[in-house]
Design a protein around this ligand. Structure first.
Ligand SMILES: C[S@@+](CC[C@H](N)C(=O)[O-])C[C@H]1O[C@@H](n2cnc3c(N)ncnc32)[C@H](O)[C@@H]1O
Length: 249
């Protein structure tokens, strides 16, 4: 516990969609001044969130890896979050702040919420919003997401076709996230609904290997995890005026 006898704060920090220049000043300050940094990663391989801020992590810091198995069965992941919360709680109880790095924004489909639900009752929490992939993808495609009274739906690709079709029907604009192995099915579904011509596909936006394409050119294979489709059905004339994917560089 600190000299004042206070426990530390749990700080969820959004690091944005990949380009370190999209870190907020607040995220950077907190990452620099905090000694204990936790980050999510797949069972094997590198942490995307850590990679974004690696250049700012000096050697003196204590790092906590939260390795989450990427499976539909959520039980193993729950055990990982239990264990991570216990380790983080020990630092907080000793008076150290702990920053948890999060891709994009912590509360937009972010795994930070699983630590938050385990620790928020016991410790002070701060959440630092980040540039979410949703707006980064819109910027990369060069097409506005939504305007005026447009309803925007954010749709996880693993949902069943009927549910996705219903959500698309009720929306003027949609972002379809978590594409991965679902890309061929989603492309067929959008084609069947007559929406494929107004759909743009984007992967790894803001990173060196960013790709932005009309959906028809995205191919028939699986997509990487960091990919998204934007669809616009609303009344604004963007689709007619702009080439799909024309904003990419
Ligand atoms: C679990 S969600 C996490 C979202 C994150 N918290 C945020 O605010 O962007 C992961 C999904 O976000 C999208 N995504 C995240 N980063 C991306 C990027 N750089 N380019 C394209 N899509 C991205 C993909 O659809 C991916 O499957």
């Amino acid at each position: 516990v600190t000299a004042a006898g206070r426990p530390g704060r749990l700080i969820g920090v959004g690091v944005g969609p990949g380009d370190p220049e999209l870190l907020t000043l607040k995220a950077l300050r907190l990452i620099r001044q905090t000694q204990v940094i936790a980050w999510p990663a797949p069972d094997e391989g590198d942490s995307f969130a850590r990679g974004v801020v690696a250049r700012f992590l000096d050697e003196g810091k204590t790092e906590i890896a939260i390795r989450v198995p990427m499976r539909a069965d959520r039980r193993p992941a729950q055990a990982v979050y239990d264990e991570a919360a216990t380790r983080i709680a020990a630092h907080l109880a000793a008076g150290d702040d702990v920053v948890v790095l999060c891709e994009g924004d912590p509360f937009f489909f972010g795994s930070f919420m699983y630590l938050h639900e385990r620790l928020a009752g016991r410790f002070a929490v701060e959440v630092v919003p980040g540039v979410t992939s949703l707006v980064a993808v819109a910027a990369a495609t060069g097409r506005p997401l939504a305007a005026r009274n447009d309803a925007l739906a954010v749709i996880p690709a693993p949902l069943p076709d009927e549910r996705i079709a219903g959500l698309l029907d009720g929306a003027d604009a949609a972002a379809i996230v978590k594409l991965g192995r679902h890309l061929p099915r989603i492309a067929r579904l959008l084609g069947g609904l007559g929406l494929d011509k107004q759909a743009v596909y984007a992967e790894r936006v803001t990173l060196a290997h960013q790709r932005v394409l009309p959906l028809a050119e995205a191919g028939n294979g699986d997509a990487p995890y960091f990919s998204m489709i934007l669809v616009y059905k609303g009344a604004e004339p963007w689709i007619a005026r702009l080439p799909v994917g024309g904003g990419a560089s």
